[in-house]
Design a protein around this ligand. Structure first.
Ligand SMILES: [Zn+2]
Length: 113
């Protein structure tokens, strides 16, 4: 358990963010063509909009997954430690993204493939 960071502060931020993401799930609607708009909005436009909202939905689902993992790690006293190398995750990094599960070095290594 980290005693150098305010776990409760990060817990509130995670719960707040999780609520925002789960309140916002109407983006998953199936494709609907509103007959009154078909003249102006082509089927291509509608499909493109649906693809964009599906991509956003996938990103949101990944973030929800990360947040749930972070909250579980809080319960286990493991929050704030890198899941990869077990070093402390810098507080500044957690403030930018409280759902960060790895330290900056491991995140960079992952980005570089
Ligand atoms: Zn690491």
């Amino acid at each position: 358990m980290r005693d150098d960071i305010d776990i409760e502060y990060f817990r509130k931020r995670l719960e707040q963010r999780l609520k925002e993401l789960t309140d916002n799930q109407e983006t998953d609607r199936p494709l609907e063509l509103d007959p009154s708009r078909v003249g102006r909005l082509s089927r291509m436009d509608a499909m493109q909009q649906q693809a964009m909202s599906q991509a956003a939905g996938r990103l949101a689902a990944m973030e929800v997954q990360r947040i749930r993992t972070a909250i579980k790690r809080m319960a286990a006293g493991e929050y704030g430690y890198c899941m990869n190398c077990e070093e402390d995750i810098a507080e500044g990094r957690l403030r930018v993204d409280p759902s960060a599960l790895t330290c900056i070095d491991c995140a960079r290594a992952a980005d570089n493939g």
